[in-house]
Design a binder for this molecule. Structure first.
Ligand code: SAM
Length: 269
């Protein structure tokens, strides 16, 4: 096989560390879900995944298709593996789910330049049940942070809202990849509760709540609410006046939103 030159524009850092590949496989939930992989690259993770599950992979780079088709010709013939050539975010723009025939687990070493967007899309994808993805460690920490951690942010609140089980599976050094990225990576696992969906208005509310993460939460909320509304809701929910955005629990964020934004709107209409 000709040597493939990794393309920066597609975030190509190929995972070469067998130990990390094994950790991803060990973390795979035991269920009958199909696996969706975003960015199979040279197929190193795919080779492991197809040993256990049916896999559908979305790859944007046309230059990799031939390599993947050759490597997985047997699995393609036996319909254990399907390769779709597309930009996955464009696909999601046009389709509500990456898999229309049942539940799936997203397992992938993600292209870092769009990793956050991909995870947020997977949160909204009604058929995606489990997310096991390699991301830049800094991004992984944000999704997995607990209330009170300095990393706790809107992404952490969304994760805790949609999932009652999330964790970091393994932290991965640059040397595990070819070419090596400049930063540490981590594999995170988020098990979604499929009965819960995140509405866009709530996401916008959280964005405002964390707009200046080190300021008082009340200061950020004043972009949306009057001083009186903030005072009243803080009193009703027993929230300290000087609380900072990273110190408030996901359940209290939801309660502020429900009490002030939803109830307020209902009163006005
Ligand atoms: N899975 C391989 C591995 O573990 O070595 C490659 C991972 S590499 C970090 C990211 C992969 O995502 C590359 O194959 C890249 O071409 C692909 N990719 C980048 N942008 C994409 C997009 N918008 N849609 C689908 N695949 C994309």
């Amino acid at each position: 096989m000709e040597k493939v030159i990794a393309k920066k524009k597609f975030g190509q850092n190929f995972l070469k560390d067998k130990t990390v590949l094994n950790k991803i496989i060990e973390a795979m939930p035991k269920n009958d879900n199909i696996v969706i992989e975003i960015g199979p690259g040279l197929g190193d993770l795919t080779s492991e995944l197809v040993k256990y599950k049916g896999v559908i992979a979305y790859e944007v780079d046309a230059d990799l298709l031939g390599i993947l088709q050759e490597k997985f010709s047997k699995e393609i013939s036996s319909q254990k593996f399907k390769l779709i050539h597309t930009d996955v975010l464009e696909f999601w723009e046009k389709n509500i789910t990456l898999y229309g025939q049942g539940k799936y687990d997203l397992i992938a070493n993600l292209p870092y330049y769009i990793a956050t967007n991909i995870i947020l899309k997977a949160f909204d994808d009604i058929n995606c049940e489990n997310i096991i993805v390699m991301v830049q460690k800094e991004v992984g920490d944000k999704f997995i942070a607990e209330v009170g951690d300095s990393d706790f942010c809107a992404l952490s609140v969304l994760t805790k809202t949609i999932s009652s089980y999330s964790k970091t599976v393994v932290v991965v050094p640059p040397s595990s990849f070819e070419p090596a990225p400049k930063v540490d990576s981590s594999v995170i696992y988020i098990k979604k509760n499929l009965d819960i969906s995140l509405d866009n208005e709530y996401k916008k509310f959280l964005k405002v709540a964390f707009s200046a993460p080190r300021k008082k939460l009340s200061k950020n909320l004043s972009a949306l609410l009057s001083k009186e509304e903030i005072q009243t809701v803080y009193q009703v929910l027993d929230i300290k006046n000087d609380i900072r955005p990273h110190e408030l629990s996901p359940s209290l964020y939801r309660q502020i939103y429900n009490k002030v934004i939803i109830d307020g709107r209902n009163k006005r209409s």
